[in-house]
Design a protein around this ligand. Structure first.
Ligand SMILES: [Zn+2]
Ligand SMILES: [Zn+2]
Ligand SMILES: [Zn+2]
Length: 202
């Protein structure tokens, strides 16, 4: 038999598979390329965003303190971060509308602590040392932080119980067991903090 005839016959048998195979190869390649291209675009975009941020930072650094103060007044925290002139900071502390911006300016000038609260801007420091707070039973009455050794005055405000059933192997038999979970909610009469206590029994 002629070799070419053999190839022709095999070709006819395989022909239904060749078209789907080629289609599969094309689709897979296109998908792969699409993913690769979108990865590249994503990376370039990330780098551009980074560069934009750095350019903005450099532009900010070149501004005068008065110009930075102007931006800070409008709520620009990174401009405020760069101001060194105390007069500008004083101006911001007195005139900025945003409370957080005023407190940041005060922080750069140095807060005037009276216990756990700043006399100038009113910012509270819940991390102040223990004797900087004014304790009122379980909380500081100035900043509201909970005392490290708080003794709360708990009052039971809610009580719920749920029942659940399960089959358990007990003494050679399957026994239906009922278990009850009781959840009690307490609230401190003094500071309003809450806690839950749950107990299960069968
Ligand atoms: Zn302050
Ligand atoms: Zn306090
Ligand atoms: Zn309490």
């Amino acid at each position: 038999m002629d070799i070419w005839l053999a190839i022709f016959i095999v070709g006819i048998f395989l022909s239904p598979f060749i078209l789907p195979l080629m289609l599969w190869i094309v689709v897979t390649t296109v998908n792969f390329m699409k993913d690769a291209i979108s990865d590249v675009i994503y990376n370039i975009k990330g780098r551009l965003d980074n560069q934009r941020c750095m350019r903005r930072q450099r532009r900010l650094e070149r501004l005068s303190d008065a110009e930075k103060a102007c931006l800070a007044m409008q709520g620009d925290r990174s401009a405020l971060e760069l101001i060194t002139n105390r007069d500008e900071l004083e101006q911001i502390l007195q005139k900025a509308e945003d409370e957080y911006i005023r407190q940041m300016a005060c922080g750069k000038l140095g807060h005037q602590w009276n216990g756990c609260v700043c006399k100038t801007c009113g910012v509270k420091n819940i991390f102040a040392a223990r004797d900087m707070h004014q304790w009122d039973y379980c909380v500081c009455k100035i900043c509201g932080v909970e005392a490290p050794d708080a003794i709360h005055d708990w009052e039971l405000i809610n009580q719920e119980s749920t029942e659940s059933e399960s089959d358990e192997w007990y003494g050679g038999h399957m026994v239906r067991m009922t278990s009850v979970t009781e959840i009690k909610t307490y609230r401190c009469r003094h500071c309003g903090r809450e806690y839950q206590d749950s107990q299960s029994y069968t």
